[in-house]
Design a protein around this ligand. Structure first.
Ligand code: ADP
Length: 414
């Protein structure tokens, strides 16, 4: 059978083919006209493809069809084109069987099958591409929206912190004036005790505002570090003293092991590293019931010193082990919030660990937690891993000059 003959057979079924498909796809009057136009275009190209033996003639039409998916089709995940193609294939067979003899039908289908396969391949490929493009654009939109929300959250924190700072300074000033009026000798008198309460409140509020300022500095990459010789044993010694009363009040044990690296001199921002250790340690006290144990251990790794803070507390569910390092990561249950810094499960603004992570990231270090899960009865505990770069040289020359003699000192004990 030569090519000419097959295209003649095709032309012979054109009208019944058109009316079958347009009837089957039953559209409104305007839609039907458009459909007929497209079907005619398809049929003309199909004849070209048969005559030339090249299905590529249909490619641009199929791409047009695949790209014409509407926003609604894409949103509703409607499959639009492949069913049209299926109708075309089915109705071509039916029209051929109605209009032609059996051998002619066979000849025609033999010629059309690879062309239809090509059509399916093209349509599926391009529909997938359009869909992927649509999904990527939607993802990008969501991403932008999330970034915008995060930015407004961060702006809000910065503005709120500065707005709170002014009245707090006022309260602080008036409280100091009041203190001058209260005789200190008699420490059991009521005004003295009340003022002590006010002082505690001022201090706590000041800490929260400082945390808010730290978070916004980290968010805006504005945290500058003051690298200086730092010894972990010194920081941990000071911290142990600072937290002694809290640990005793909670009847807990705090054990600091003399791990390799604890007495090593490293260049770091000691104040900021102290802040990190304090955040992690106060959390360990807070989330461990009375009578529990907190151990600080560590080891030297190539280029880093790793500190391990392990507690026998309530532990952390796996799904929260990354989230707690995001800002407000601990704001799950507002009812748990209290002003007690080390009270059992005292809650808090949920900024401590995100600041800790920000500080360690800025140092080139990191922090993560390991825990078998959250269980208030069996107390699986948590281990926080803190990685600090073992920086032996100061970052800039001025600091290098300043600390020349101290860096030479091999070890300074507490
Ligand atoms: P806050 O303590 O103010 O809520 P943090 O950022 O310090 O905020 O901690 C975030 C959350 O991580 C806490 O609310 C708590 O759920 C969880 N968490 C932190 N440390 C521990 C710990 N040692 N044991 C159990 N949970 C902890």
């Amino acid at each position: 059978m030569n090519q000419m003959l097959v295209s003649d057979l095709l032309k012979q079924i054109r009208d019944p083919w058109l009316s079958r498909i347009s009837h089957k796809m039953g559209r409104s009057e305007g839609g039907r006209e458009l459909l007929l136009e497209e079907l005619n275009r398809f049929f003309d190209l199909l004849i070209q493809a048969v005559e030339s033996g090249d299905p590529g003639w249909l490619k641009s039409l199929l791409i047009d069809w695949a790209s014409a998916q509407t926003e609604t089709d894409l949103r509703d995940e409607e499959i639009t084109l492949s069913p049209i193609l299926s109708t075309i294939v089915i109705e071509t067979t039916s029209a051929a069987r109605a209009e032609l003899t059996d051998p002619q039908v066979l000849d025609l289908l033999e010629e059309l099958t690879p062309i239809f396969n090509y059509c399916y391949e093209q349509v599926t490929r391009h529909e997938a591409l359009v869909r992927i493009g649509y999904i990527s654009a939607r993802l990008e939109k969501v991403q932008n929206e999330l970034e915008r929300l995060d930015k407004s959250k961060s702006d809000f924190i910065a503005v709120a912190a500065h707005e709170l700072k002014t009245p707090l300074t006022l309260i602080e000033g008036y409280a100091a004036m009041l203190r001058d009026q209260v005789p200190e000798e008699d420490s059991s008198n009521a005004p003295f005790l009340l003022l002590k309460g006010v002082d505690n409140g001022i201090r706590r509020l000041g800490e929260i505002i400082d945390d808010m300022i730290d978070v916004s500095m980290i968010d805006n990459n504005m945290m500058s570090l003051n690298f200086q010789p730092t010894w972990l044993n010194r920081l941990l010694g000071v911290l142990e003293k600072e937290l002694k009363a809290h640990v005793e009040e909670r009847k807990q044990t705090l054990e600091i092991e003399q791990f390799p690296g604890i007495a090593e001199m490293i260049f770091a921002d000691s104040e900021r590293i102290f802040q990190c250790l304090r955040n992690v340690l106060t959390n360990s006290i807070k989330y461990t019931p009375n009578g529990g144990k907190i151990t600080i251990d560590g080891r030297l790794l190539p280029g880093f010193v790793e500190i391990l803070v392990t507690d026998t507390g309530i532990g952390i569910a796996e799904e929260n082990q990354v989230r707690i390092f995001e800002k407000f990561g601990g704001l799950g249950n507002v009812s748990l919030h209290s002003s007690g810094k080390t009270k059992f499960k005292g809650g808090g603004p949920g900024l401590g660990l995100s600041i800790t992570k920000g500080i360690l990231d800025a140092h080139g270090g990191s922090i993560w937690v390991e825990s078998e899960g959250y269980d208030e009865e069996n107390l699986p505990g948590s281990t926080f891993h803190i990685l600090i770069p073992l920086r032996k040289e100061p970052i800039d020359e001025a600091v290098a000059k300043l600390f020349k003699t101290s860096t030479d000192a091999s070890q300074i004990s507490d």
